[in-house]
Structures are given as structure tokens and as C-alpha cells.
Design a protein around this ligand. Structure first.
Ligand code: PLP
Length: 404
């Protein structure tokens, strides 16, 4: 029997309500809270992508991105897509089939980079470190000593573990081997220094929804002179048409050669988010992240909770804390969201069910949020039967008191 009507034919527009997600405080691994000014900028009229007004906005967004990356790199643009599109952009433009690529892996995002390298025909050299630790420079040196890697890739801020990778030594080893140094700065950018010229980073990608505090959808990418040269000397065309920077750069450059339509309103939003960052000042912003991080950790530890990674390699903006035995991961996060409006992240990969990932990124990185989360967690953990030690809020207060 044939049905009288197909499902789509009986759709009633009145069944769909206005979008109203309600109040949330985003303290997970991204997205972070988006400032009202950024949302307002996104709501400005959509105009033509070759309209002189919009072309000026594009130039300003690039100028602001160079400020954030602390770079002179001409080829600095927001790629149309989330952080993963930026990751793919870097690899597809720098790697040709048969090229050797060394990827440092100490968490989920290193694993993804390795996956991309093999998909595009690169020869993968893996440098693995235990998740929650950092890559030992000596391990990189050994892994590439008799090889000829074109690129060495590493994640600056491993969002799956909260570990911060020191870059200086890895950059030196990579360059000594004649390789380009490629860095994932998705979570680190705008929350800690990512000064790519000083740090000798040849290519970098990031994302808008972490410490920049925009909605997800754009991926700032920057290529230095050596990476641009590698792009120009390719023997084969870039395997992705959409992410081919040799064409995309002619659109963002003075030629304005149409490639794909820039996501106009998203670029308004990025420009506003970056303008807010410039108004605050980079050093002030980094200090704000360090301070709120110290207060948050002081509070969590006072409660009796344990951080996943040692203090010396802790990221300020992403705090992985061990879930105590007997406490139900999903339950705690559900109550946090439903009763307090606070979102935190669960563990990824081997840390699923074992850690919470608390983000204090960009707009979400505020004293108010640190106190709200500590107070809420204290209450919820008690009802979960965990013996909460007293004094979390006092411990956080003491950290803030040291500075004012
Ligand atoms: C979030 C993240 C990505 C991926 O970004 P999407 O915007 O989710 O595509 C890549 N690397 C790191 C380190 C991240 O934290």
C-alpha cells in the first residue's frame, strides 16, 4: 500500500518554534560564550562580497589577525570552515603525495593530523607520547634523524588533555632537519602567546570558537615565507579545490579574484571579536587567562579534586580534572547544565568518563564563572556522595586577593 501523503508534504510551519536556547555559560572545550557585540556585528546587513565596504572589512580582519598572531605574514586569512578545515588547509597545501611528514601525537588532535596526512598520500612519521604528557624533543630528533620530513606538525594546546606543548626546541629541531614547522593553535590562540614570527612557526591554523570567542565557522590560518615558497614550488595541484591557498590567496589579496563567496556575516563577527581583543590588549588577555586558571585550580584542588596534568605543562584555558571514583560523569554534567546552565566537557578518547574538561576561554574566562562553577560543583558532588573538602571559594578568593 502506498501512503497517501509523504512525510514532507504534511509539514506544518507552525510546529516550529522560534529559536531560543536560553541562558548558558559555556565552560567546555569550545564554543565559548560569544560577546553581545560580536552577535550584533553578525546581525548587520549582508552585502555583496565584492562590495567595497566588505572588501575593507576583509582587509581589517586580516590586519587584526596579524596582530593576534604577532606576525608580518602577508598570507594570513580566515579559512571558511571550522578549525578542522584549517588543519586540512595546512596539510593539503604543504604536503604532496610521497612527502614525509612527522606528526607529534599526545592526544586526539595529533591523531587527526596523522589521519589527514595518510589520506592525502603523505608518508607518516609518528612521534607518540603518552596522553596528558608533552612531546620530548629528543624523541622528535631521533624519529627524523635519518629521514627527510617536509613538515613537522604539533598541537600547541592539546584540548583533549589540557597539556601545553613547549614549542621552541621542537621548532629548532624541525628547521635543522630542513622541515617546515606546522602548529595547531586552535585552543591556544587568543588565550596565550602565539607569536608565530618569534616562535619560528612556518604555518599555523586556529579556530574562532575557542579563545577568540566567536561562533564556530572560521579558521584563521597563516603561512610564513618558507611555507609560501613550498606552496609555490608544488609539482602537483592541491588535492582540495576549496582549500587551495594558491587560489584563495588571490581572493584575499589585492586581485580580489573570485574563488568562493566569503561567509560575509561570519567575517563581521570575527572582525568584532578581534577588535575586542585589541581593545583589551594581548598581554592583559593572557594574564586574565592565567589568573582565572590559577583561581579555578586552587578551588578544584581545595575540594579534593586532582588535575590530570602536572602544573608545569598546564594550559590556562583548558583544565582537565579527574572524576573522583564513584561519581557519575554524565549525571554531574546533566545537573550542571539543567540546573545551573553551565556546560563543561567530558573526556575524549581514552579519557572518556575519566576526566572533565573545564574551559575558561575568551569571554568565558571570568571570575564570576570560576565562582559559579566551583559553587555548583561543590553542591552537586555532595549529592553524588563525594566527600567534598571545604574551602574551595576561599582558595579561589585568595588567588584573586594576591593581585589586587
Ligand atoms: C577544537 C579543536 C580542533 C578542531 O576544531 P573544530 O572547530 O572543531 O573543527 C582542532 N585542534 C584543536 C587543538 C582543537 O581544540
Amino acid at each position: 500500500m502506498e501512503k497517501a501523503c509523504k512525510g514532507w508534504e504534511i509539514l506544518n510551519a507552525d510546529d516550529f518554534r522560534d529559536i531560543n536556547p536560553g541562558d548558558r555559560i559555556l565552560m567546555g572545550p569550545g564554543p565559548s560564550d560569544v560577546p553581545a557585540r560580536t552577535l550584533q556585528a553578525i546581525a548587520a546587513p549582508c552585502i555583496g562580497h565584492l562590495d567595497p565596504y566588505f572588501l575593507a572589512i576583509m582587509n581589517e580582519a586580516q590586519q587584526l589577525l596579524r596582530y593576534l598572531f604577532q606576525t608580518e605574514n602577508e598570507l594570513t586569512i580566515p579559512v571558511s570552515g571550522t578549525g578542522s578545515a584549517g588543519m586540512e588547509t595546512c596539510f593539503v597545501n604543504l604536503v604532496e603525495p610521497g612527502d614525509e611528514v612527522a606528526v607529534c601525537i599526545n592526544g586526539v588532535f595529533g591523531t587527526r593530523m596523522a589521519d589527514i596526512v595518510t589520506r592525502i598520500g603523505g608518508k607518516l612519521i609518528r612521534i607518540d607520547a603518552e596522553w596528558g604528557t608533552t612531546i620530548d624533543p629528543e624523541a622528535l630528533r631521533q624519529a627524523i634523524k635519518d629521514r627527510n620530513p617536509k613538515v613537522v606538525a604539533v598541537v600547541h594546546a592539546e584540548t583533549s588533555t589540557g597539556a601545553c606543548q613547549p614549542l621552541e626546541e621542537l621548532a629548532r629541531i624541525s628547521h635543522d632537519a630542513g622541515a617546515l614547522f606546522l602548529v595547531d593553535a586552535v585552543t591556544s590562540l587568543a588565550g596565550m602567546p602565539v607569536a608565530i614570527d618569534d616562535m619560528k612557526i612556518d604555518a599555523v591554523y586556529s579556530g574562532t570558537q575557542k579563545c577568540i570567542s566567536g561562533p564556530p565557522g572560521l579558521s584563521p590560518v597563516s603561512f610564513g615565507p618558507a611555507a609560501v615558497k613550498a606552496l609555490e614550488r608544488r609539482k602537483s595541484p592541491v588535492v582540495s579545490w576549496y582549500l587551495d591557498l594558491s587560489m584563495v590567496r588571490d581572493y584575499w589579496g589585492s586581485e580580489r579574484k573570485y574563488h568562493h563567496t566569503a561567509p560575509i556575516n561570519m567575517i563581521y563577527g570575527l572582525r568584532e571579536g578581534l577588535r575586542l581583543i585589541a581593545e583589551e590588549g594581548l598581554e592583559q588577555r593572557f594574564e586574565r587567562h592565567r589568573l582565572n586558571h590559577r583561581a579555578l585550580v586552587a578551588g578544584l584542588e581545595a575540594m579534593g579534586l586532582a588535575m590530570l596534568v602536572p602544573e608545569s605543562i598546564r594550559l590556562p584555558m583548558l583544565n582537565a580534572v579527574r572524576i573522583p571514583d564513584g561519581v557519575e560523569d554524565i549525571n554531574v554534567r546533566k545537573v550542571l547544565l539543567n540546573q545551573y546552565g553551565i556546560e563543561i566537557g567530558g573526556g575524549l578518547g581514552q579519557f572518556a568518563g575519566r576526566v572533565w574538561r573545564i574551559g575558561i576561554m575568551g569571554q568565558s574566562c571570568r571570575r564570576r564563572n570560576v565562582f559559579l562553577l566551583l559553587a555548583a560543583l561543590e553542591t552537586i558532588l555532595k549529592t553524588e556522595g563525594y566527600h567534598v573538602q571545604p574551602g574551595a571559594l576561599d582558595a579561589a578568593t585568595a588567588v584573586y586577593d594576591q593581585v589586587c
